[in-house]
Design a binder for this molecule. Sequence first.
Ligand code: AMP
Length: 128
Amino acid sequence: MSTVPSPAETPQQTPPARTIFQKIAAREIPAQFVHEDGLCFAIRDISPQAPVHILVIPKQLVARVEQAGAGDAPLLGHLLLTAGKIAREQGLSDGFRLVVNNGRQAGETVPHLHVHLLGGRDFAWPPG
Ligand code: AMP
């Protein structure tokens, strides 16, 4: 007697959808890389909101800050340190802004944590 489950009994094995940033990291979607190391990479934003607009993105998927745990602390610190290093390399000595959008109301559109590095112009406060 066969013990193979019928299709109706087979558990769904649908792999989780990969984010656009995972596909960029795997070079499946083109992007302009400005940095890459073992933990993160940085690309120019496809829709720049400032003369310099770079996204610093962890290779490991963390959806957003509110889902990060204590174990992610070194990774989160690394993203900020990397953003600062890139800002220096980009000559943003007059200042720059780092933005992390968390959730719909903040304008998050890609559910893969990323730090926006914006520079090359003045920024208003409070932000829009
Ligand atoms: P957020 O709205 O904070 O989730 O930011 C997502 C950012 O990803 C936006 O600024 C988009 O312009 C940017 N973005 C989306 N797709 C791409 C892509 N293929 N290459 C570079 N940047 C992208």
